[in-house]
Design a protein around this ligand. Structure first.
Ligand SMILES: Cc1ncc(COP(=O)(O)O)c(C=O)c1O
Length: 391
């Protein structure tokens, strides 16, 4: 480390949190001025707004015409648990986990639902589970982008076209930033506060015709809470997929989701969103390449996330530290950059190896990342000097 001089310019937007993520460029609370507050979500204008979110999301994502999309309670967790509780139990399950969220779904499947014919296919932080082991005759539950390790599945080639099981995918940090092969995905879930920078609270569930068929033919052996019920009398409640939500949504959040969709449409749709996130990843990769103290946590470049970018420290000095001392370094970097108003919420996830996590989804401007890199060098050098002084 040659210098501790503070860099001269700062990111315009210091929000690099992995959720809730940065609002879109140009966002202000004024975009909510026209929100349908104080009115029923079941009124004509209320339903029209909910339906607009459904239709415009499906269009932007390029969903096949026979796929359904619904707004459901309790964010991505609510949407994914709705899927697990409603669909599982009909056949054996392959549950994939290579970081904290995947591990959470495994604990739902085994610990809460008590299902026994479950093969857990795991890998450690930085690695990806052996996708080749997935059996197309079984249901598979997986996370497209592991937000806490920055490891994503590289593609959908490992999913058989003629599978008989369902593919149930937690896609929350992937959707709108990564190309998802819809013909390979039977259920996808996400929330608004990730790539689109929307407000938290609501989840979205996408169902293929095969998933809809399972919902109508399979009756789970456990009780089903009202907020998970997508069927009535063995038939899908189609109105839910037209905007008649199961319970009351926030029309402020709905307005904000519409604002995000409008922004995405204006800048060029899904390809533009993916392009922004990939450009962000490329700029980080370029800085990592020329920076000796840092490296991606994801071992295989093909699995590097373009949204939740997780970085480890690879300096020999850092390797010699105790575990507690190692954890103190990214914590200090986060605090230094927070105090400078340069970057917020960039410490890695608590269960992940000590490191940094920088959101690089579509709402983040590449110029802000470029302005952040000298600050990361500065903060690392400062933290290192401080720690060396007390050692
Ligand atoms: C991959 C993944 N799954 C699930 C969740 C939980 O999402 P929510 O808080 O929207 O329920 C997150 C949140 O960061 C996530 O990144």
């Amino acid at each position: 480390m040659s210098t501790l001089a503070r860099p001269s310019s700062r990111p315009h937007n210091p929000c690099f949190s992995s959720g809730p993520c940065a609002k879109r460029p140009g966002w202000s609370p004024a975009v909510l001025d026209g929100a349908l507050v104080g009115r029923s979500h079941r009124s004509g204008p209320g339903k029209a707004r909910l339906k607009a979110v459904i239709d415009r999301s499906a269009k932007l994502l390029g969903l096949p015409a026979d796929y359904r999309l619904a707004i459901v309670p309790a964010s991505d967790t609510g949407a994914l648990e709705l899927a697990l509780w409603s669909l599982l139990g009909a056949r054996g399950i392959d549950a994939l986990a290579w970081e904290s969220f995947g591990a959470g779904w495994v604990s739902d499947i085994k610990g809460q639902l008590g299902l026994e014919d479950v093969r857990v296919i795991e890998a450690d932080y930085g690695e990806i589970a052996d996708l080749g082991r997935v059996d197309p005759a079984r249901d598979v539950v997986f996370t497209w982008n592991g937000t806490t390790s920055g490891v994503r599945v590289p593609d959908g080639e490992w999913i058989a076209d003629d599978r008989t099981g369902l593919t149930i995918c937690d896609a929350t940090s992937a959707v709108f930033a990564m190309r998802l092969p819809w013909s390979k995905i039977d259920v996808a879930t996400y929330s608004w506060q990730k790539v689109m920078g929307g407000e938290a609270a609501h989840g979205v569930i996408i169902l293929s015709p095969r998933a809809a068929e399972r919902l109508e033919s399979h009756v789970p052996s456990w009780p089903m809470p009202k907020i998970f019920r997508l069927t009535k009398g063995g038939k899908l409640v189609e109105s839910i997929f037209e905007g008649a939500t199961i319970n009351t949504p926030s029309m402020l959040c709905v307005e904000d989701a519409l604002d995000g969709l409008g922004w995405a449409e204006r800048i060029g749709g899904l390809e533009a969103l993916i392009g922004r996130s990939e450009a962000n990843l490329a700029s980080i990769a370029d800085w990592v390449d020329r920076t000796p103290w840092v490296d991606f946590l994801a071992r295989d470049p093909a699995t590097r996330s373009s949204t939740s970018v997780c970085l480890g420290m690879v300096d020999p000095w850092f390797a010699r530290l105790s575990e507690d001392e190692q954890s103190a370094v990214p914590k200090r970097i986060e605090a230094l950059l927070d105090a400078e108003g340069v970057a917020y919420d960039i410490n890695g996830y608590r269960d992940a190896p000590p490191g940094l996590r920088i959101w690089a989804g579509a709402t983040v401007d590449t110029a802000d990342l470029v302005a952040l890199f000298p600050w990361l060098d500065w903060a690392y050098a400062t933290a290192k000097q401080e720690l060396a002084a007390v050692a």
